[in-house]
Design a protein around this ligand. Sequence first.
Ligand SMILES: O=C(O)CCC(=O)C(=O)O
Ligand SMILES: [Fe+2]
Length: 284
Amino acid sequence: MVERNLTISPTGGGVGAFVEGIDIAAGLDAPSVAALRSGLGEYGVLFFRGQHLRPEQHIRFAEQFADINVNRFFKAVDGYARVAEVRKEPDQSRNIGGAWHTDHTYDVKPAMGSILLAKEVPESGGDTLFANMYSAYESLSDGLQQTLAGLKAVHTSRHAFGAQARYHRDMNGRLGNPQAATQDAVHPVVITHPISGRKALYVNQAFTVRFDGWTQEESKPLLEMLYAHGARPEHTYRFSWKPGSIAFWDNRASWHYALNDYHGQRRLMHRITLEGEALEGCCA
Ligand SMILES: O=C(O)CCC(=O)C(=O)O
Ligand SMILES: [Fe+2]
């Protein structure tokens, strides 16, 4: 089906764009897929409304962009190993992704992004914040940009998903497989984005532990400065979900933060994660 009405319009906030004139369940033609891919690279996250996809439709949409990554840590939707549940029940206090991060940076080939579909949302609350890692980089001084261009950083999942991680305690078995949390990866601190070719800041508070060749203590002040800088309101946009809303984010161009402000209510999302590639530095 030809999507002649497809439009991609910037949110007006610091990151992301709204996609309209599209019915994902009906299937997309190649030009529409190409437009969405380049929009993703340009805006970092694409938002859609009213897309009440069944798991097969969600999978078919995802497969047009990349291979699906089967998440090692999240429980899957019954009968669909490739669709993960991002669920918080009324009796749970912690949520998934409730701090600034970008997914899978502890992998040598980090996931390119995720397609998160809202199934059940709280009456109010449960928004997700996104931040723009192009503008985060571009708004640093020339001097700091040059310093960062020469650096790599170490990313790990051990503290977040490993057997000792606090994260597991309140998740009632919805996260599993702590023995799989053994990855470490080294990535450039400033990457060349694989789709847009633009430079993006590529460290995040959840998984980056130090600069390569530096101690944790030496790294901490500069990393914390970068985390605070990336989260400045001018780089961000806050998305409010309704059932059928989708956020399709690019992990290399954005961070995200799932707000945990809806205690006593259920929130259920279906998530498909897409495989990515090894990341190139900006300025070799
Ligand atoms: O639930 C959300 O809004 C996002 C959760 C998250 O961080 C993720 O699915 O990667
Ligand atoms: Fe996440």
